[in-house]
Design a protein around this ligand. Structure first.
Ligand code: GLN
Length: 193
């Protein structure tokens, strides 16, 4: 199994370190050719307008959208969540247009721009997950087959839709591997189906 990590910006090394801990091979993805031969893709945090522009410049937008539509498992954290979304409120920035989500960027205001909190995420079991938010977005609304996995203060902070998984926070900045393991279950399902 090989997981690609979009390596244009953000916490690429941290995602790779978690996957290494889980004995999974990773490859940094920069160009369309890097997408051959991967079983799943992680879209890390960063700045979504910048990453969108780079994806457009490297002609990566359509190949990524096509892969997501074809069922390749993708996991977006923070900026990754914004990129996966079909609707970005008040913005026409480049994105992949895959999940039936409406996303508000930088949605926690100045005082809460960055914060950490223990949250209960039922699909991960009983122990709370320590979630780290950095100028995070949130999902205002999710439609069709989209399913919220974490709701807090009327905000959807983690969600899935078939092969797609998105979190508003940064699981790669903790030592808790459960969300990456949850993603890897999707990858195994895709690989062996
Ligand atoms: N605020 C950033 C954006 O809109 C996301 C921040 C992050 O990825 N940590 O792209």
């Amino acid at each position: 199994m090989k997981i690609g990590i979009l390596a244009l910006q953000g916490a690429v090394r941290e995602h790779a370190a978690i996957l290494k801990q889980l004995d999974v091979e990773t490859v940094n993805v920069l160009y369309p050719g890097d997408l051959n031969d991967i079983d799943g893709l992680i879209l890390p945090g960063g700045e979504s307008t910048t990453v969108g522009k780079l994806l457009s410049r490297y002609e990566m937008l359509s190949p990524l959208t096509a892969l997501g539509q074809s069922g390749l498992p993708m996991f977006g954290t923070c900026t990754g969540l914004i990129l996966l979304s079909k609707h970005i409120i008040g913005s026409s920035q480049h994105h992949l247009n895959l999940m039936d989500t409406y996303v508000e960027r930088n949605a926690f205001g100045r005082q809460l721009a960055s914060f950490e909190a223990d949250m209960n995420i039922p699909v991960l079991g009983h122990a709370p997950f320590h979630a780290i938010f950095i100028r995070a977005p949130y999902i205002v609304k999710i439609e069709n087959e989209g399913c919220p996995l974490l709701e807090w203060d009327n905000k959807i902070l983690m969600a899935e839709q078939g092969n797609l998984l998105a979190a508003a926070f940064h699981p790669e900045l903790t030592n808790d591997t459960r969300i990456h393991e949850y993603f890897l279950q999707k990858v195994k399902k895709y690989r062996y189906s």
